[in-house]
Design a protein around this ligand. Structure first.
Ligand SMILES: Cc1ncc(COP(=O)(O)O)c(C=O)c1O
Length: 349
């Protein structure tokens, strides 16, 4: 039986959280002398001398309207990367617990595990980049706390089969995290619709990709109220800056523009995919449900450095398992993609 109370680390269950000035008094007042802020003003314009809302109520309300998910099921992190790290701190006992990742996948699941002294078990994806359920099952033991599933996956670009994810959710008694950083570019539906079904489900999304706000560092976790309460209990008191909250709130009004950009990126991705397939040095282009393409070359390192001489930088993923000889290319603007194609067609085998 799944129980958050038994899953959470004892020290986290038993601790008293920090209570900030803004936690203790939230209302309007004439004079605020409770937080040791600079009462005279700010060195910046607009001024930022006041601490931000620790729980980002307005931002959550706006996101809640867009996603159709109540605010109590939303956590904002300083990028999804903070949402990842905090899960280790809440649930995984250093030196004792383990998590399962499905490589090749996003690197921070492993990096945060190492920082928190948590063992990482690898259920490598199958040759078709789908989950290897048998391997996952074999790796689970009583100290396995989290299974990380990235869908659509970075760097392979594909979404995991929905049925496979459901099997993991139904059979694993720890937490299942589905990282949906690229979900806007996918034809697959988000698992946020299933939140009520699975108490062990955590979905990560981010405003860094489709929303074009990577510089603001706004990542989200959607989960049960109990899990969100734990996130709030252990997070740094003011983890989302006032500037990020304000600009995030403004940006959330531009959903039509985001949908337009997303449609265009998907179109540009499909064009780029078919053009890349016709390039001599390209061996294979993998289908993608993201804003990037994984491309296999006969000689990726020569391609990488040759692109660099033309001022084009892509990501070398050739030393990742299953991505041998592959580079990862973000979808650019139409003219950036043209430059990329021209540069690639000038490389001879
Ligand atoms: C799968 C995945 N998750 C999370 C992130 C990081 O997101 P954020 O910018 O919100 O920290 C990335 C960034 O590339 C990613 O590829």
């Amino acid at each position: 039986m799944f129980s958050i109370d038994t899953l959470v680390r004892d020290n986290i269950r038993n601790m008293v959280p920090y209570s900030s000035a803004r936690d203790e008094f939230k209302g309007e007042a004439k004079i605020f002398l409770d937080a040791n802020e600079n009462s005279l003003g700010s060195s910046s314009s607009p001024p930022y001398n006041r601490y931000p809302d620790p729980l980002q109520d307005e931002l959550k309300h706006a996101l809640s309207q867009i996603k159709g998910i109540p605010s109590e099921h939303i956590f904002f992190g300083n990028g999804s990367d903070e949402c990842i790290d905090l899960l280790y701190r809440a649930f995984c006992r250093p030196g004792k617990d383990n998590v399962i990742i499905c490589p090749p996948t996003y690197g921070m699941y492993e990096v945060c595990a190492r920082i928190n002294d948590i063992a990482v078990r690898r259920a490598q994806l199958r040759g078709d980049f789908q989950l290897d359920l048998q391997q996952i099952e074999k790796l689970i033991d009583e100290n396995t706390k989290i299974i990380w599933i990235c869908s659509p996956n970075n760097p392979t670009g594909n979404a995991m089969a929905r049925r496979d994810i459901e099997i993991v959710l139904n059979n694993f008694e720890g937490l299942v995290v589905i990282d949906e950083a690229y979900v806007n570019f996918s034809k697959h539906k988000s698992f946020t619709l299933e939140l009520g079904e699975y108490p062990n489900l955590i979905i990560l999304q981010t405003l860094s990709k489709a929303w074009g706000l990577a510089g603001l560092r706004l990542g989200m976790a959607f989960a049960s109220k109990e899990i969100i309460l734990l996130y709030n209990k252990i997070k740094p008191p003011y983890n989302i800056s006032e500037a990020s909250q304000q600009m995030g709130l403004e940006a959330l009004k531009n959903i039509n523009y985001v949908n337009e950009m997303t449609r265009e990126i998907v179109e540009l991705r499909e064009q780029l995919l078919s053009r890349l397939k016709r390039i001599q040095v390209v061996l294979e282009v993998f289908p993608s449900e993201t804003n990037f393409l994984l491309v296999k070359f006969a000689d990726p390192l020569t391609v990488y450095s040759s692109l660099l001489t033309k001022g084009i930088v892509v990501r070398d993923r050739s030393n990742f398992v299953l991505c041998e000889r592959c580079l990862r290319v973000t979808v650019g603007t139409a003219s950036q993609n043209n430059e990329l194609i021209t540069a690639l067609s000038q490389i001879s085998t």
